[in-house]
Design a protein around this ligand. Structure first.
Ligand SMILES: [Zn+2]
Length: 288
């Protein structure tokens, strides 16, 4: 072939085979995405998610669509849940939908949990209308304990012990910090709580240290930053059973951060699949 002996020609082939080996490594591990959103933007529909999921070997995606503004009418939460139910029913083998609610409205929230569970939803995803240890959440967490389902809460792992900047900075006043999760875990040791996206930036070292003694607090390592050593640091403090793979719609980074960590085969399998599935097993919602 013309040019086959030119410098660089063989390199391209090498790069292709390195890439195909890498993708084999990626696909070798089946995965549950413990934190991902459908319709987080109008064009992020199920087919977009499945395109990424197929390439990354993600078998099941736990989708949600939380509402971030405080004063949204409750109907907006219902509509959002209906969108997730529709996606789940369209591709029931691939998507499991989680419900969202506004804890400022207790009666409507409890009714919405029942409606969503009746529709086959599993798990709660929250934003920052109230902190996870606010008394407004007590009846909701008690219901989640009855259902043996996890509560995934948006978090801010802001810098410094005691999340100094969350208290005194310009971050949303009601965002949950690791210390807020500890407050809820102490009151409800039977509740299963998931700290969102330690890969999203911030002081994950302080977060892991804060939650280490509370085995009912799990974390997902999703996010867009994914700093080096975050995974191994998490295992050092939490052990190998409390970390979940999740993408938060940053698929490549979240997969590669686990693959590039210093893990055994068993630990890789636990993070990508088994840990979340074992949590699901407690309520009989496991995916295999
Ligand atoms: Zn998210």
């Amino acid at each position: 072939m013309l040019g086959a002996n030119l410098p660089g020609f063989g390199m391209e082939n090498q790069t292709d085979s390195a890439l195909s080996n890498l993708m084999k490594e990626v696909k070798k591990y089946r995965k549950i995405d413990a934190h991902v959103h459908a319709y987080i933007a109008p064009n992020v529909g199920p087919e977009v998610l499945l395109d990424y999921a197929d390439r990354m070997g993600i078998t099941k995606l736990f989708i949600s669509r939380p509402i971030s503004h405080d004063e949204a009418p409750f109907q907006e939460f219902r509509d959002s849940n209906d969108m997730m139910i529709k996606v789940m029913k369209q591709y029931p083998d691939r998507f499991q939908a989680e419900f969202t609610l506004n804890p400022l409205h207790t009666k409507e929230s409890l009714e919405e949990i029942k409606r969503c569970v009746d529709q086959g939803m599993v798990g709660l995803k929250l934003y920052y209308q109230a902190k996870i240890n606010d008394p407004l959440f007590y009846p909701i967490l008690e219901k989640m304990i009855d259902l043996k389902m996890i509560t995934l809460m948006h978090s801010a792992l802001v810098l410094g012990h005691g999340s100094y900047r969350a208290k005194y900075g310009n971050i949303h006043p009601n965002v949950s910090t690791p210390e807020d999760f500890v407050g809820a875990a102490k009151r409800y040791p039977e509740a299963m709580l998931q700290v969102a996206h330690t890969g999203g930036g911030g002081d994950w070292e302080a977060a892991y240290k804060a939650i280490k003694d509370y085995p009912n607090i799990y974390i997902d390592v999703s996010g867009s930053n994914n700093e080096g050593n975050m995974i191994n640091y998490g295992i050092k403090y939490l052990g190998e059973d409390r970390l979940f793979f999740g993408s938060d719609n940053f698929y490549n980074q979240s997969v590669s951060n686990i693959l590039s960590a210093d893990l055994t085969e068993v630990q890789r399998k636990k993070l990508f699949f088994d840990n979340y599935n074992n949590m699901l097993k407690k309520g009989g919602y496991n995916v295999d």
